[in-house]
Design a protein around this ligand. Structure first.
Ligand SMILES: C[S@@+](CC[C@H](N)C(=O)[O-])C[C@H]1O[C@@H](n2cnc3c(N)ncnc32)[C@H](O)[C@@H]1O
Length: 327
């Protein structure tokens, strides 16, 4: 039984009226599973769906594919040995559909080798293949700091105590050309108390042990906020927390529980796509998530007035993702 009608909001609002139109036009002839004023969600294999998108039509692909874990998760993982080969098929399509100033941001977790306390290199091998075989550029390697990760594998972390808890995931920011569209002024953080104190007090001309010159004009630089680091955590400015967090009481989780619908087991927090959507796109740009899950990316894009296309293989997940667009 569907949760609601397939059109979530009437097309009079949002970006339907923009000259380039609703993003469903890019997949003409393929009926979306649902649509909103700014985007469409498609049920199906994204390898197939991506192949239908026109060349150079997408500004940002932001996604988190199933990771190559050595145990199988509910949503389907391919083995580590086959992972790079499997993913390159999608990557070729992603590269083709990106505009020349477009970016491909890939969130991927590390993992342990089976039965030993040593780490797999699969995500590094994937990164190298994306650059050397597909032709992407590595714009920057970023990290998602997630202190809520479980202390696993229990054997090494909590039983034998020979490894520490993992709390970062990799976020490879790749681009089609060396100069993707990006503007860090769109993701400034509030200045720290120390920085505000310095700017009031002024600084002495000095040379840091690293050799960097700090001169007195430094205190006059007020760019409206500090340039964020490449570690994305939950200390983001309030205007970046567009949709609450990933906690047990966010709207999506609450509604899934009320409707007794399965909550997606591997969501990322809205702050992660929010950061990159703001950094790398403008309102009206097209954002695609080919492994959409609970469609966190689409809902962030909707709020930020970007047009979006999301693709997901599992109907149950896509059906529940409609909750992200209610209220
Ligand atoms: C890590 S989850 C993404 C979660 C998402 N970022 C969120 O916040 O909800 C990966 C998703 O990719 C989907 N998936 C796997 N293979 C796919 C394919 N070939 N086409 C479309 N979706 C696929 C899985 O069903 C799963 O929901």
């Amino acid at each position: 039984m569907p949760i609601m009608n397939s059109i979530i909001a009437p097309p009079q609002t949002g970006l339907f009226s923009s000259p380039s139109g609703h993003p469903k036009k890019l997949l003409a002839g393929i009926p979306p599973f649902y649509e909103t004023p700014n985007g469409s969600a498609y049920l199906g294999d994204s390898l197939e769906l991506l192949s239908k998108l026109p060349d150079s039509s997408v500004n940002l692909v932001f996604t988190s594919p199933p990771y190559a874990l050595h145990f199988k998760k509910a949503y389907g993982n391919v083995s580590k040995a086959d992972y790079v080969e499997w993913f390159l098929g999608f990557a070729r399509q992603i590269n083709r559909v990106l505009t020349d100033d477009g970016s491909f941001v890939l969130n991927i977790g590390g993992s342990y080798n089976p039965k030993t306390p040593t780490r797999s290199l699969y995500h590094f091998k994937l990164l190298i293949a994306l650059v050397e075989e597909i032709g992407f550029y590595l714009a920057q390697e970023c990290f998602w700091y997630n202190p809520a990760k479980m202390p696993v594998p229990a054997e090494w972390v909590t039983v034998r105590r020979v490894r520490v808890k993992d709390s970062v995931e990799y976020v490879w920011w790749l681009s089609k050309t060396p100069f993707p569209k990006a503007d860090n002024r769109k993701v400034l953080r509030p200045y720290s108390a120390d920085m505000i104190r310095l700017s009031k007090k002024g600084v002495r001309t000095t040379v840091r042990p690293s050799g960097h010159n700090i001169n007195s004009s430094f205190d006059k630089i007020d760019a409206g906020g500090s340039i964020p680091a490449n570690v994305i955590d939950d200390q983001t400015p309030s205007d970046m927390l567009v949709l609450g967090n990933n906690s047990a009481n966010d709207n999506y989780t609450k509604k899934c529980k009320e409707a007794d619908v399965k909550i997606h087991p591997a969501r990322f927090p809205p702050t992660l796509p929010t950061f990159f959507v703001k950094l790398l796109t403008d309102p009206g740009d097209i954002v695609v998530d080919p492994f959409a899950g609970s469609n966190t990316t689409g809902s962030v894009a909707e709020q930020l007035e970007r047009r979006w296309i999301s693709m997901e293989l599992v109907e149950e997940y896509l059906e529940a993702s409609k909750f992200r667009f209610t209220d």
